[in-house]
Design a protein around this ligand. Structure first.
Ligand SMILES: [Zn+2]
Length: 408
């Protein structure tokens, strides 16, 4: 299998505009998500590739699910109790630390499931899933859109988690005085209470505004993740034209990633049931910036580490790529790792523009940089070349589940 990167890039730009301009926002389980799957499958079939569809059950985004109201309530509690007791200030940082994973966990336990999303596995002609050497994966669905807002708002939103933590840590000081029986009446109490009320008000305002204005709105998802889908689709189609060598690469297009990684979860389950240990590389948001990141770890409370050998392999394909830990963002790689399958993840370093349009209505084709699409095409071509070589000489490439976290 060899790839002409120029052809991959050209083709990916065509597929990208089809997905973003003609199909548009692709919420999990929607007609648009179906339309994208159907159109892609048609392209793969007419290129002579094998396709397999898998139904995916998912939990749609609810009309309202508290997120910022939770720390807002925590700050309000601190404001109310600071004059009489200090212990609430010790719990507040913990509450904020647990917030991303805690709400994720709550959502997964509480929300009802629905049928109607899917996964599409694309294989070389006459190939069975167990013959694959590698699976590259990208999610087709796009996220519920938070309002784009002004620049100041974007800056605040980027820093809100950090600011919350900072404020919570500061509030520990008057709290400790209070617990030690030292009178904090007067200015220290006033400053502490004002900070707590200020944060509570700000977070509540953010919750109301974001939830109200994101109702029923979805991002066109150009960078997240039509970029990854179009590059992988273009690679699959281009590889089908020149099926030289003996590398067998599969391409997995997942649904319902944005509302809880449901597509990847379904496929990881399928792989586990069938004893498949094929390494999986997820490709998500790769259309903007100067370089790629190899994600080494995500999560804070129960972190997930990507596969070290696989990361090294990607680094060989793209020496400019940086290892990066992303504690608050998850992706399709996580369910595979949790199922004991070696997996890794690449994303772009991005630009201030691409990050400020993340999960907003402004994640459009304007965010995409053709040079970055070209860079990723080169990396994919390199990756396939290295995999091909290591298949001929397997000693160099042994894939094992990583247990250590080497890139803290
Ligand atoms: Zn994504």
């Amino acid at each position: 299998m060899s790839l002409d990167p120029e052809r991959v890039q050209q083709r990916s730009m065509e597929i990208l505009s089809r997905l973003v301009e003609e199909i548009g926002p692709r919420p999990a389980g929607s007609a648009a998500e179906h339309g994208a799957f159907d159109w892609l499958e048609e392209q793969f079939r007419s290129a002579g590739l094998e396709t397999h569809c898998f139904p995916v059950r998912f939990q749609p985004d609810p009309a309202f699910f508290p997120y910022y109201s939770i720390p807002a309530a925590g700050f309000a509690l601190v404001a109310l109790t600071l004059a009489t007791s200090g212990w609430t200030t010790l719990l507040l940082p913990l509450l904020i630390l647990l917030l991303p994973e805690g709400t994720q966990w709550l959502q997964s336990k509480l929300l009802p499931y629905k049928e109607g999303s899917s996964n599409l596995l694309v294989l070389p002609a006459k190939t069975q899933p167990r013959e694959l050497d590698v699976i590259l994966c990208a999610h087709i669905d796009s996220a519920r859109a938070v309002p784009a807002g002004t620049d100041i708002w974007k800056k605040w939103r980027d820093r809100s988690m950090y600011t919350m933590m900072r404020a919570a840590n500061l509030l520990i000081i008057p709290g400790l005085f209070q617990m030690m029986g030292i009178d904090i009446g007067g200015i220290l109490l006033l400053v502490g209470q004002s900070l707590a009320w200020g944060m509570a008000g700000l977070l509540l305002a953010q919750e109301v505004w974001e939830q109200a204005s994101s109702r029923g709105r979805f991002s066109p998802g150009a960078n997240d993740n039509a970029s990854g889908v179009s590059l992988l689709a273009a690679a699959a189609l281009t590889a089908a034209e020149t099926p030289t060598g003996n590398l067998k690469a599969g391409f997995l297009f997942t649904g319902a990633e944005e509302c809880g990684l449901h597509g990847a979860r379904q496929f990881a389950g399928y792989m586990r049931e069938n004893g498949l240990q094929t390494p999986v590389i997820s490709v998500d948001m790769v259309g903007a910036g100067k370089s790629l990141r190899i994600i080494t770890r995500c999560g804070t409370v129960r972190p997930v580490n990507t596969n070290i050998e696989l990361n090294e392999l990607i680094k060989r394909a793209d020496p400019l790529a940086e290892f990066h830990s992303a504690p608050r963002r998850w992706g399709d790689f996580a369910p595979f790792i949790q199922a004991g399958i070696p997996a890794s993840h690449i994303e772009n370093g991005g630009t201030s523009r691409s990050w400020s349009t993340y999960h907003t209505p402004d994640d459009t084709l304007d965010v995409i940089e053709p040079e970055m699409m070209r860079h990723v095409s080169d990396v994919l071509a390199q990756l396939f070349w290295i995999l091909e070589k290591s298949k001929e000489n397997p000693v160099e490439y042994v894939h094992e589940q990583s247990t250590a976290n080497a890139y803290k």
